[in-house]
Design a binder for this molecule. Structure first.
Ligand code: GUN
Ligand code: ZN
Length: 434
């Protein structure tokens, strides 16, 4: 195959370590006038334009952006495909919200044509917002995952998804059985896991909607295939936590239910974790599990404030999640805007470089994909964004008053959204142009 080489010149910023571990200054690389070189869908070099331009052959196409910032593609570690049509559903907290809005909305995925239509809208929305990798809940219907992966495969996106397993405490029209959930998941794994840049996640919705038999079979599946993911919800809402105690009185607590059924591990991502205790954070960290921090959802559903400093204390892997449709935006920039407020309400600070880490490398680490995505390091997938400093009149004016990259980054995360994303590239291909 002939080498296809392209280069992109602009300010370039990426996270290279967790600020909580190495300190802020050592956590990022910034090139005021930078160059990103892409060979056949992978990054081959990143650095100062003055150093790299002389190394390029004369005929290499260099795209030069003014007033723009190149960053890695953003990583959403928790989102629901079949809830795209119900973002912003009024009035309820988690358990009533599920029954009133979520389950009826997800039931529409019984129709494959509907699933195809929503998958297309959903992927466009991810890319418009600069999200190049997401860990995605389907509905209980296998076709939700087929529709999603078919659309993701066409664009060669790195995506992870799974069909919901749910065999109790939900309407009959939306439940599988322990056995059918296992068999349907297995068929999807055989079809999709490891195909191109696609990965499968075993997806028990949350402890209250699975019988012990189903949780046991979910754990069994994880043991049957290498590198499978597991995604579920945990300790999002106080009533939910109480309900789990009633349903599983023999277990020490919510996390212990999942632990008992062998659902913890290096590719396990637990959404929310707002009401986790210290011991549970320690156990999650010990097993290499990760938590998806979903601030817009936690505010919208009145769930509570995620304790990021406690997670950091335990060196627990944390990614960022939009949790659409409990969350109110597909934009991880807007999600970081709310994450900052979650910390403010707890008397803590969220540095813009920690925010960048959460939305990129931190997410990649939560998904054990840091050798492939989350940074602009040579040898990784060319999934990157061009952010526009002049996206809106206010952003443009505000950024003119900003003195350094820390301030510019913070303002981008406070005022930025889908309008800020000028272009999105996946595996070196332009997949969104504003
Ligand atoms: N817990 C169980 N199911 C869901 C869901 O769909 N959304 C959220 N936010 N929490 C859940
Ligand atoms: Zn969720």
């Amino acid at each position: 195959m002939p080498l296809t080489r392209k280069a992109y010149r602009a300010a370039i910023l990426h996270s290279i370590a967790d600020p909580a571990i190495v300190g802020i200054e050592a956590s990022y690389e910034y090139f005021e006038d930078g160059l990103l070189v892409i060979d056949n869908g992978q990054i081959s070099a990143v650095g100062h334009a003055s150093d790299l331009l002389p190394t390029l052959a004369a005929d290499i196409e260099v795209t030069h952006y003014q007033d723009a910032l190149i960053t890695p593609g953003l990583i959403d570690t928790h989102i629901h495909l079949p809830q795209t049509g119900m973002v912003g559903a009024y009035g309820e907290q988690l358990l009533d919200w599920l029954n009133t809005y979520t389950f009826p909305c997800e039931s529409q995925f019984a129709d494959k044509a509907h699933a195809d239509e929503v998958a297309d809208i959903f992927i466009k929305e991810l890319l418009r917002n600069g999200t190049t990798t997401a860990l995605v809940f389907g509905s209980v219907h296998p076709q939700s995952v087929n529709s999603f992966f078919e659309a993701a495969e066409k664009l060669d996106l790195r995506m992870i998804a799974g069909k919901v397993m749910m065999d109790r405490n939900a309407p009959d029209y939306l439940t599988d059985t322990a056995e059918s959930g296992y068999q349907e998941s297995k068929a999807l794994i055989e079809r999709w896991h490891g195909k191109g840049r696609l990965h499968y996640a075993v997806t028990p919705r949350f402890a209250p909607t699975s019988t012990p038999e189903q949780l046991a079979l979910a754990g069994q599946l994880l043991g049957e295939y290498p590198d499978l993911y597991m995604q579920t919800h945990i300790s999002e809402n106080k009533q939910e936590v109480e309900w789990v105690k009633e349903l599983f009185p023999e277990r020490k607590g919510y996390l212990d239910v999942y632990d008992h059924y062998k659902l913890l591990g290096e590719r396990s991502v637990f959404a929310h974790g707002v009401h986790l205790c210290d011991d549970e954070c320690a156990r999650l960290a010990q097993t290499g599990s990760a938590v998806a921090f979903c601030p817009t959802s936690n505010f919208f559903l009145g769930s509570g404030l995620f304790n990021l400093p406690m997670a950091e204390k335990h060196k627990l892997n944390v990614g960022l999640g939009t949790d659409v449709g409990g969350g109110t935006s597909f934009s991880l920039l807007q999600t970081l805007n709310e994450a900052y407020k979650v910390m403010q309400l707890q008397g803590a600070r969220l540095s813009p470089f920690k925010s960048l880490y959460l939305a990129t490398l931190g997410g990649a680490r939560a998904l054990r994909l840091e050798d492939k995505i989350g940074t602009l390091r040579p040898g990784t997938d060319a999934d990157f964004l061009v952010l526009d400093y002049n996206a809106t009149p206010l952003l443009s004016y505000r950024l003119k008053q900003a003195n350094d990259i820390a301030e510019r980054l913070f303002v981008l995360m406070t005022l930025g959204d889908d309008r800020t994303v000028l272009q999105t590239y996946a595996a070196g291909q332009l997949v969104h142009q504003r």
